[in-house]
Design a protein around this ligand. Structure first.
Ligand code: C2O
Ligand code: CU
Length: 485
Protein backbone atom coordinates (compact mmCIF):
# COMPACT_ATOMS: atom_id res chain seq x y z
CA UNK A 1 0.00 0.00 0.00
CA UNK A 2 1.06 3.60 -0.32
CA UNK A 3 2.43 2.95 -3.77
CA UNK A 4 1.27 4.76 -6.82
CA UNK A 5 1.52 3.74 -10.42
CA UNK A 6 0.36 6.93 -12.10
CA UNK A 7 2.53 8.79 -14.57
CA UNK A 8 3.60 12.02 -12.98
CA UNK A 9 3.40 15.20 -14.99
CA UNK A 10 5.18 17.55 -12.61
CA UNK A 11 7.95 19.44 -14.33
CA UNK A 12 11.40 18.28 -13.28
CA UNK A 13 12.55 20.25 -10.26
CA UNK A 14 14.97 22.99 -11.14
CA UNK A 15 18.49 22.51 -9.84
CA UNK A 16 19.30 25.92 -8.62
CA UNK A 17 22.38 25.17 -6.60
CA UNK A 18 24.28 22.40 -8.31
CA UNK A 19 26.01 22.47 -11.63
CA UNK A 20 24.67 19.74 -13.90
CA UNK A 21 28.01 19.35 -15.65
CA UNK A 22 29.78 18.56 -12.40
CA UNK A 23 31.18 15.07 -13.10
CA UNK A 24 30.11 13.79 -9.72
CA UNK A 25 26.52 14.88 -10.32
CA UNK A 26 26.58 13.41 -13.81
CA UNK A 27 27.76 10.09 -12.36
CA UNK A 28 25.02 10.20 -9.76
CA UNK A 29 22.39 10.92 -12.39
CA UNK A 30 23.62 7.89 -14.34
CA UNK A 31 23.29 5.86 -11.14
CA UNK A 32 19.78 7.29 -10.68
CA UNK A 33 18.79 6.23 -14.19
CA UNK A 34 19.86 2.66 -13.44
CA UNK A 35 18.42 2.49 -9.92
CA UNK A 36 15.30 0.67 -8.91
CA UNK A 37 12.48 3.16 -8.42
CA UNK A 38 10.40 2.88 -5.26
CA UNK A 39 7.20 4.92 -5.65
CA UNK A 40 5.47 6.39 -2.64
CA UNK A 41 2.45 8.63 -2.25
CA UNK A 42 2.25 10.95 0.74
CA UNK A 43 -0.80 13.17 1.17
CA UNK A 44 -0.40 15.73 3.95
CA UNK A 45 -3.84 16.61 5.26
CA UNK A 46 -5.92 17.32 8.37
CA UNK A 47 -6.69 13.98 10.02
CA UNK A 48 -8.18 12.60 13.19
CA UNK A 49 -5.96 9.94 14.70
CA UNK A 50 -6.41 7.49 17.57
CA UNK A 51 -3.44 7.56 19.97
CA UNK A 52 -4.83 4.55 21.85
CA UNK A 53 -8.11 5.70 23.38
CA UNK A 54 -7.25 9.38 22.99
CA UNK A 55 -8.30 11.06 19.76
CA UNK A 56 -6.25 13.90 18.29
CA UNK A 57 -7.05 16.28 15.48
CA UNK A 58 -3.82 16.85 13.67
CA UNK A 59 -2.08 17.04 10.31
CA UNK A 60 -0.72 13.74 9.09
CA UNK A 61 -0.02 11.38 6.21
CA UNK A 62 -2.74 8.90 7.06
CA UNK A 63 -4.76 7.46 9.88
CA UNK A 64 -1.98 7.41 12.47
CA UNK A 65 0.15 9.89 14.40
CA UNK A 66 3.20 8.48 12.58
CA UNK A 67 3.49 8.45 8.80
CA UNK A 68 4.01 5.20 6.91
CA UNK A 69 7.42 3.56 7.24
CA UNK A 70 9.32 3.96 4.00
CA UNK A 71 11.72 1.10 3.38
CA UNK A 72 14.21 0.81 0.53
CA UNK A 73 17.59 -0.69 -0.16
CA UNK A 74 20.68 1.51 -0.44
CA UNK A 75 21.05 2.57 -4.05
CA UNK A 76 17.30 2.57 -4.69
CA UNK A 77 15.65 5.70 -5.95
CA UNK A 78 12.78 7.07 -3.89
CA UNK A 79 10.06 8.74 -5.91
CA UNK A 80 7.73 10.27 -3.34
CA UNK A 81 4.82 12.25 -4.65
CA UNK A 82 3.74 14.65 -1.92
CA UNK A 83 0.27 16.17 -2.24
CA UNK A 84 -0.39 19.12 0.02
CA UNK A 85 -3.97 19.14 1.29
CA UNK A 86 -3.08 21.35 4.24
CA UNK A 87 -4.29 24.94 4.53
CA UNK A 88 -0.64 26.14 4.47
CA UNK A 89 2.53 25.41 2.52
CA UNK A 90 4.73 22.44 3.34
CA UNK A 91 7.95 20.63 2.38
CA UNK A 92 9.36 17.23 3.30
CA UNK A 93 12.94 16.73 4.49
CA UNK A 94 14.71 13.35 4.40
CA UNK A 95 16.65 13.60 7.63
CA UNK A 96 20.22 12.29 7.52
CA UNK A 97 20.25 11.38 3.86
CA UNK A 98 23.13 12.63 1.67
CA UNK A 99 20.47 13.53 -0.86
CA UNK A 100 20.80 15.68 -3.97
CA UNK A 101 20.43 19.24 -2.72
CA UNK A 102 17.29 20.23 -4.63
CA UNK A 103 15.42 17.31 -3.00
CA UNK A 104 16.37 18.28 0.57
CA UNK A 105 13.03 19.91 1.33
CA UNK A 106 14.01 23.13 3.09
CA UNK A 107 11.74 26.09 2.30
CA UNK A 108 13.58 29.01 0.67
CA UNK A 109 16.99 27.29 0.85
CA UNK A 110 16.26 24.41 -1.56
CA UNK A 111 12.70 24.82 -2.82
CA UNK A 112 9.57 26.93 -2.68
CA UNK A 113 7.04 25.51 -0.23
CA UNK A 114 4.48 23.22 -1.84
CA UNK A 115 1.39 25.45 -1.86
CA UNK A 116 -1.98 24.20 -0.62
CA UNK A 117 -3.56 22.07 -3.34
CA UNK A 118 -0.21 21.55 -5.10
CA UNK A 119 2.13 18.60 -5.27
CA UNK A 120 5.84 17.97 -5.55
CA UNK A 121 7.76 14.87 -6.47
CA UNK A 122 10.84 14.13 -4.38
CA UNK A 123 12.94 11.94 -6.63
CA UNK A 124 16.38 10.91 -5.44
CA UNK A 125 18.73 7.99 -4.90
CA UNK A 126 19.10 6.93 -1.26
CA UNK A 127 22.85 6.36 -1.16
CA UNK A 128 23.62 5.00 2.30
CA UNK A 129 22.01 2.30 4.44
CA UNK A 130 20.71 3.17 7.88
CA UNK A 131 17.94 4.32 10.16
CA UNK A 132 16.62 7.70 9.01
CA UNK A 133 13.34 9.56 9.09
CA UNK A 134 11.36 12.08 7.12
CA UNK A 135 9.45 15.08 8.37
CA UNK A 136 7.91 18.34 7.34
CA UNK A 137 10.45 21.17 7.39
CA UNK A 138 7.87 23.97 7.47
CA UNK A 139 7.11 25.92 10.63
CA UNK A 140 6.22 23.68 13.56
CA UNK A 141 4.61 20.98 11.41
CA UNK A 142 7.14 18.43 12.67
CA UNK A 143 5.37 18.63 16.03
CA UNK A 144 2.18 17.34 14.42
CA UNK A 145 1.77 14.01 12.63
CA UNK A 146 3.93 14.92 9.63
CA UNK A 147 6.86 12.56 10.16
CA UNK A 148 7.72 8.89 9.74
CA UNK A 149 10.56 6.36 9.65
CA UNK A 150 12.78 5.98 6.59
CA UNK A 151 14.72 2.71 6.70
CA UNK A 152 17.44 2.12 4.12
CA UNK A 153 18.43 -1.53 4.17
CA UNK A 154 22.01 -2.62 3.64
CA UNK A 155 22.31 -5.08 0.75
CA UNK A 156 25.45 -6.41 2.48
CA UNK A 157 24.06 -6.53 6.01
CA UNK A 158 26.34 -8.48 8.33
CA UNK A 159 24.28 -8.29 11.53
CA UNK A 160 22.20 -11.36 12.35
CA UNK A 161 18.81 -10.97 14.01
CA UNK A 162 15.35 -12.52 14.02
CA UNK A 163 13.26 -9.36 14.28
CA UNK A 164 13.62 -5.75 13.36
CA UNK A 165 11.52 -3.26 15.31
CA UNK A 166 11.24 0.45 14.61
CA UNK A 167 10.77 2.48 17.80
CA UNK A 168 9.57 5.92 16.74
CA UNK A 169 9.30 8.41 19.61
CA UNK A 170 7.29 11.59 19.82
CA UNK A 171 6.15 14.16 22.33
CA UNK A 172 2.57 15.05 21.58
CA UNK A 173 0.22 17.93 22.21
CA UNK A 174 -1.46 18.51 18.87
CA UNK A 175 -5.22 18.37 18.83
CA UNK A 176 -5.39 17.16 22.43
CA UNK A 177 -4.64 20.12 24.69
CA UNK A 178 -3.48 22.62 22.11
CA UNK A 179 -1.36 22.98 19.01
CA UNK A 180 2.39 23.42 18.53
CA UNK A 181 1.71 27.07 17.76
CA UNK A 182 0.01 27.46 21.13
CA UNK A 183 3.11 25.94 22.72
CA UNK A 184 5.37 28.42 20.96
CA UNK A 185 3.11 31.30 21.97
CA UNK A 186 3.38 30.24 25.60
CA UNK A 187 7.14 29.86 25.36
CA UNK A 188 7.63 33.26 23.79
CA UNK A 189 5.25 34.82 26.28
CA UNK A 190 7.70 33.70 28.97
CA UNK A 191 5.23 31.27 30.50
CA UNK A 192 6.48 27.82 29.62
CA UNK A 193 4.09 24.95 30.09
CA UNK A 194 0.65 24.70 28.61
CA UNK A 195 -1.89 25.98 31.07
CA UNK A 196 -4.02 23.19 32.43
CA UNK A 197 -1.75 20.54 31.04
CA UNK A 198 -0.77 17.83 33.54
CA UNK A 199 -2.07 20.18 36.22
CA UNK A 200 1.36 21.80 36.07
CA UNK A 201 0.53 25.20 34.71
CA UNK A 202 2.97 27.90 35.63
CA UNK A 203 5.57 25.53 37.09
CA UNK A 204 8.32 27.48 35.39
CA UNK A 205 10.86 27.19 38.15
CA UNK A 206 14.41 27.68 36.96
CA UNK A 207 15.69 24.11 37.10
CA UNK A 208 19.34 24.24 36.12
CA UNK A 209 20.49 22.41 33.03
CA UNK A 210 22.95 19.77 34.04
CA UNK A 211 24.79 16.71 32.97
CA UNK A 212 26.29 14.07 35.20
CA UNK A 213 28.94 11.92 33.65
CA UNK A 214 30.76 9.47 35.82
CA UNK A 215 31.78 7.22 32.99
CA UNK A 216 28.79 4.99 33.48
CA UNK A 217 25.83 7.29 33.24
CA UNK A 218 24.81 10.61 31.86
CA UNK A 219 21.80 12.75 32.46
CA UNK A 220 20.33 15.76 30.73
CA UNK A 221 18.17 17.80 33.03
CA UNK A 222 14.97 19.53 32.15
CA UNK A 223 14.95 23.28 31.86
CA UNK A 224 12.67 26.09 32.74
CA UNK A 225 11.37 26.30 29.21
CA UNK A 226 10.48 22.67 28.77
CA UNK A 227 7.00 22.19 27.57
CA UNK A 228 4.81 19.86 29.55
CA UNK A 229 3.52 17.61 26.82
CA UNK A 230 0.48 15.61 27.87
CA UNK A 231 1.66 12.47 26.03
CA UNK A 232 4.79 10.69 24.97
CA UNK A 233 4.20 8.27 22.12
CA UNK A 234 5.92 5.12 20.93
CA UNK A 235 4.90 4.40 17.35
CA UNK A 236 1.99 6.80 17.73
CA UNK A 237 0.51 5.16 20.86
CA UNK A 238 0.11 6.38 24.43
CA UNK A 239 1.23 4.17 27.36
CA UNK A 240 -2.35 3.20 28.22
CA UNK A 241 -2.58 1.26 24.96
CA UNK A 242 1.01 0.56 23.97
CA UNK A 243 2.30 -1.08 20.81
CA UNK A 244 3.39 -4.71 21.28
CA UNK A 245 6.38 -6.51 19.83
CA UNK A 246 6.27 -10.30 19.96
CA UNK A 247 9.07 -12.86 19.66
CA UNK A 248 10.31 -16.12 21.13
CA UNK A 249 12.65 -16.40 24.11
CA UNK A 250 16.23 -16.34 22.86
CA UNK A 251 15.36 -14.43 19.70
CA UNK A 252 17.51 -11.49 18.72
CA UNK A 253 15.85 -8.22 17.86
CA UNK A 254 17.28 -5.17 16.19
CA UNK A 255 15.82 -1.95 17.53
CA UNK A 256 15.83 1.08 15.26
CA UNK A 257 15.18 3.94 17.66
CA UNK A 258 14.26 7.39 16.32
CA UNK A 259 13.64 10.50 18.43
CA UNK A 260 11.11 12.39 16.31
CA UNK A 261 10.04 14.62 19.18
CA UNK A 262 10.04 18.40 18.96
CA UNK A 263 11.21 19.30 22.45
CA UNK A 264 12.03 16.12 24.39
CA UNK A 265 15.13 14.01 24.92
CA UNK A 266 14.21 10.37 25.51
CA UNK A 267 16.04 7.83 27.64
CA UNK A 268 15.25 4.39 26.25
CA UNK A 269 15.63 1.01 27.95
CA UNK A 270 14.15 -2.47 27.80
CA UNK A 271 13.35 -3.71 31.29
CA UNK A 272 15.48 -6.71 32.31
CA UNK A 273 17.76 -6.47 29.30
CA UNK A 274 21.03 -4.92 28.21
CA UNK A 275 21.52 -3.48 24.75
CA UNK A 276 24.34 -3.82 22.24
CA UNK A 277 24.52 -0.54 20.37
CA UNK A 278 25.49 -1.01 16.72
CA UNK A 279 24.72 2.24 14.85
CA UNK A 280 24.63 5.98 15.46
CA UNK A 281 22.41 7.95 13.07
CA UNK A 282 22.47 5.06 10.60
CA UNK A 283 26.24 4.47 10.58
CA UNK A 284 27.92 1.41 12.12
CA UNK A 285 30.04 1.75 15.24
CA UNK A 286 32.31 -0.58 17.16
CA UNK A 287 29.53 -2.20 19.22
CA UNK A 288 29.15 -1.01 22.82
CA UNK A 289 27.07 -2.29 25.71
CA UNK A 290 24.41 -0.08 27.21
CA UNK A 291 21.64 -0.31 29.76
CA UNK A 292 19.86 2.67 28.25
CA UNK A 293 20.32 5.18 25.44
CA UNK A 294 19.72 8.91 25.54
CA UNK A 295 18.46 10.47 22.31
CA UNK A 296 18.13 14.15 21.57
CA UNK A 297 15.59 15.26 19.00
CA UNK A 298 16.55 13.99 15.54
CA UNK A 299 19.02 11.35 16.79
CA UNK A 300 18.82 7.63 16.06
CA UNK A 301 20.49 4.56 17.53
CA UNK A 302 20.29 0.93 16.46
CA UNK A 303 20.74 -1.74 19.12
CA UNK A 304 20.60 -5.51 19.30
CA UNK A 305 18.99 -7.33 22.20
CA UNK A 306 18.66 -11.03 22.99
CA UNK A 307 15.24 -11.56 24.49
CA UNK A 308 14.48 -13.32 27.74
CA UNK A 309 11.32 -15.23 28.57
CA UNK A 310 8.44 -13.02 29.69
CA UNK A 311 6.69 -9.73 29.14
CA UNK A 312 8.86 -6.61 29.32
CA UNK A 313 8.41 -2.83 29.21
CA UNK A 314 10.28 -0.93 26.52
CA UNK A 315 10.35 2.52 28.08
CA UNK A 316 11.07 5.91 26.53
CA UNK A 317 11.43 8.14 29.54
CA UNK A 318 11.06 11.86 28.86
CA UNK A 319 14.31 13.33 30.19
CA UNK A 320 13.79 15.69 33.09
CA UNK A 321 10.11 14.74 33.37
CA UNK A 322 8.23 12.19 35.36
CA UNK A 323 6.55 10.85 32.23
CA UNK A 324 7.22 8.23 29.59
CA UNK A 325 6.31 6.53 26.38
CA UNK A 326 5.90 2.76 26.43
CA UNK A 327 5.88 -0.36 24.27
CA UNK A 328 5.55 -3.98 25.36
CA UNK A 329 7.95 -6.74 24.33
CA UNK A 330 6.42 -10.19 24.75
CA UNK A 331 8.04 -13.59 24.39
CA UNK A 332 5.45 -15.52 26.38
CA UNK A 333 2.04 -15.31 28.03
CA UNK A 334 1.32 -13.03 30.96
CA UNK A 335 -0.07 -9.67 31.94
CA UNK A 336 1.82 -6.63 30.66
CA UNK A 337 3.56 -4.62 33.38
CA UNK A 338 1.82 -1.43 34.50
CA UNK A 339 2.81 1.67 32.50
CA UNK A 340 4.73 3.16 35.44
CA UNK A 341 6.70 0.00 36.30
CA UNK A 342 10.18 0.88 37.61
CA UNK A 343 12.94 0.08 35.10
CA UNK A 344 16.37 0.12 36.73
CA UNK A 345 18.17 0.05 33.36
CA UNK A 346 17.10 3.67 32.86
CA UNK A 347 19.66 4.65 35.51
CA UNK A 348 22.40 2.31 34.38
CA UNK A 349 25.17 2.70 31.88
CA UNK A 350 24.26 5.22 29.17
CA UNK A 351 27.04 5.63 26.60
CA UNK A 352 26.87 8.87 24.64
CA UNK A 353 27.76 9.30 20.95
CA UNK A 354 31.11 10.84 21.93
CA UNK A 355 31.95 7.63 23.80
CA UNK A 356 31.57 5.61 20.61
CA UNK A 357 33.82 4.99 17.59
CA UNK A 358 32.85 4.51 14.00
CA UNK A 359 33.41 1.00 12.70
CA UNK A 360 36.47 0.79 10.54
CA UNK A 361 34.50 0.89 7.31
CA UNK A 362 32.35 3.83 8.46
CA UNK A 363 35.12 6.24 9.49
CA UNK A 364 36.15 9.19 7.36
CA UNK A 365 39.52 8.63 5.68
CA UNK A 366 42.39 10.50 7.30
CA UNK A 367 42.88 13.86 5.75
CA UNK A 368 44.10 17.35 6.59
CA UNK A 369 41.55 19.87 7.73
CA UNK A 370 41.19 22.63 5.12
CA UNK A 371 38.93 24.91 7.12
CA UNK A 372 37.45 25.38 10.55
CA UNK A 373 33.94 26.68 11.02
CA UNK A 374 33.40 27.87 14.55
CA UNK A 375 29.67 28.23 15.12
CA UNK A 376 28.52 29.86 18.31
CA UNK A 377 25.13 28.72 19.54
CA UNK A 378 23.61 31.72 21.21
CA UNK A 379 20.39 32.93 22.74
CA UNK A 380 18.45 32.88 25.94
CA UNK A 381 15.50 31.28 27.54
CA UNK A 382 14.04 34.43 29.05
CA UNK A 383 13.29 36.10 25.72
CA UNK A 384 13.03 32.73 24.00
CA UNK A 385 15.23 33.95 21.21
CA UNK A 386 17.87 31.69 19.71
CA UNK A 387 20.57 32.40 17.18
CA UNK A 388 23.90 31.58 15.55
CA UNK A 389 26.71 33.98 16.50
CA UNK A 390 24.03 36.22 17.95
CA UNK A 391 22.00 36.47 14.75
CA UNK A 392 18.59 34.79 14.52
CA UNK A 393 17.96 33.05 11.19
CA UNK A 394 15.69 34.96 8.82
CA UNK A 395 13.52 32.34 7.08
CA UNK A 396 12.77 34.65 4.16
CA UNK A 397 16.45 35.23 3.31
CA UNK A 398 18.38 32.48 1.55
CA UNK A 399 21.65 34.15 2.60
CA UNK A 400 20.72 34.33 6.29
CA UNK A 401 23.45 32.94 8.55
CA UNK A 402 25.19 31.57 5.48
CA UNK A 403 28.69 30.19 5.96
CA UNK A 404 30.93 29.64 2.97
CA UNK A 405 33.03 26.56 2.40
CA UNK A 406 34.45 25.14 -0.82
CA UNK A 407 33.87 21.83 -2.49
CA UNK A 408 36.41 19.08 -1.83
CA UNK A 409 37.39 20.21 1.65
CA UNK A 410 37.69 18.46 4.97
CA UNK A 411 35.87 20.85 7.29
CA UNK A 412 36.25 20.98 11.04
CA UNK A 413 32.88 22.17 12.30
CA UNK A 414 32.92 23.26 15.92
CA UNK A 415 29.59 23.64 17.70
CA UNK A 416 30.32 26.11 20.49
CA UNK A 417 27.42 26.26 22.91
CA UNK A 418 27.42 29.60 24.70
CA UNK A 419 23.96 29.04 26.16
CA UNK A 420 22.72 27.51 29.40
CA UNK A 421 20.99 24.56 27.81
CA UNK A 422 21.76 21.64 25.54
CA UNK A 423 20.97 21.68 21.82
CA UNK A 424 20.74 18.73 19.40
CA UNK A 425 22.55 20.22 16.39
CA UNK A 426 21.80 18.84 12.93
CA UNK A 427 23.60 19.35 9.62
CA UNK A 428 21.77 18.47 6.42
CA UNK A 429 23.21 16.44 3.54
CA UNK A 430 26.26 15.11 5.42
CA UNK A 431 27.13 12.73 8.23
CA UNK A 432 29.92 14.27 10.24
CA UNK A 433 32.34 12.44 12.49
CA UNK A 434 32.85 13.23 16.17
CA UNK A 435 36.52 13.80 16.81
CA UNK A 436 38.92 12.03 14.52
CA UNK A 437 37.74 8.47 14.91
CA UNK A 438 34.48 8.96 16.75
CA UNK A 439 31.01 7.95 15.70
CA UNK A 440 29.34 9.27 12.57
CA UNK A 441 26.35 11.47 13.28
CA UNK A 442 24.11 13.98 11.55
CA UNK A 443 22.59 15.22 14.81
CA UNK A 444 24.50 15.58 18.04
CA UNK A 445 23.77 16.82 21.53
CA UNK A 446 25.93 19.83 22.41
CA UNK A 447 26.03 20.37 26.15
CA UNK A 448 25.74 23.79 27.80
CA UNK A 449 28.95 25.85 27.83
CA UNK A 450 30.91 23.26 25.88
CA UNK A 451 32.34 23.03 22.38
CA UNK A 452 32.16 19.90 20.26
CA UNK A 453 34.36 19.40 17.20
CA UNK A 454 32.96 17.47 14.24
CA UNK A 455 34.44 16.73 10.83
CA UNK A 456 32.86 16.40 7.41
CA UNK A 457 33.85 16.44 3.75
CA UNK A 458 32.26 18.85 1.28
CA UNK A 459 31.33 16.16 -1.22
CA UNK A 460 27.66 16.99 -1.83
CA UNK A 461 27.28 20.41 -3.47
CA UNK A 462 24.44 22.73 -2.56
CA UNK A 463 22.98 24.86 0.21
CA UNK A 464 22.71 22.80 3.40
CA UNK A 465 20.79 23.89 6.44
CA UNK A 466 22.06 23.34 9.94
CA UNK A 467 19.97 23.99 13.01
CA UNK A 468 19.01 22.98 16.48
CA UNK A 469 16.52 20.12 16.25
CA UNK A 470 14.47 21.50 19.09
CA UNK A 471 11.66 22.71 16.81
CA UNK A 472 11.02 25.77 18.93
CA UNK A 473 14.67 26.79 19.02
CA UNK A 474 14.87 26.28 15.27
CA UNK A 475 11.75 28.33 14.68
CA UNK A 476 13.07 31.09 16.93
CA UNK A 477 16.34 31.43 15.02
CA UNK A 478 18.97 28.79 15.84
CA UNK A 479 19.58 27.95 12.20
CA UNK A 480 21.88 28.75 9.32
CA UNK A 481 23.42 27.10 6.27
CA UNK A 482 26.66 26.15 4.59
CA UNK A 483 26.97 26.41 0.84
CA UNK A 484 29.40 25.24 -1.83
CA UNK A 485 29.56 24.15 -5.43
CU1 C2O B 1 15.36 16.70 10.75
CU2 C2O B 1 16.46 20.30 9.20
O1 C2O B 1 15.89 18.53 9.99
CU1 CU C 1 18.30 24.22 20.79
Amino acid sequence: SGSIAVACSSPPPTQRFITPDDPEIAARDRAAAAAMVVPMALAARPVTVDLGGVVANTWGFGAAAVGPEIRLTAGDRLRAEVVNDLPVGTTIHWHGIAIRNDMDGVPVLTQEPIAPGQRFVYDAVMPDPGTYWYHSHSGLQLDRGLSGPLIIEDPNESLRYDHEWTVFLKDWVDGVTGTPDDVLRELTAGMPGMSGMNGESGTATARPQYLLTDGTSALLGGDAGDVNYPYYLVNGRIPADPPQFTAKPGDRARLRIVNAGADTAFRVALGGHGLTVTHTDGYPIEPVRADALLLGMGERYDALVTLKDGVFPLVASAEGKNARGLAIVRTGPGEPPPPDVPVTELDGRIPMAWDMSASQAAGLPRRDVARTLDLRLTGEMSRYEWSIDGIPFDPTDVESNRFGVRGGERVRLVWRNDTDMWHPMHLHGHTFQLAESGSRKDTVIVLPKTALATYFDTDNPGVWAFHCHNSFHQDRGMMGSVSYE
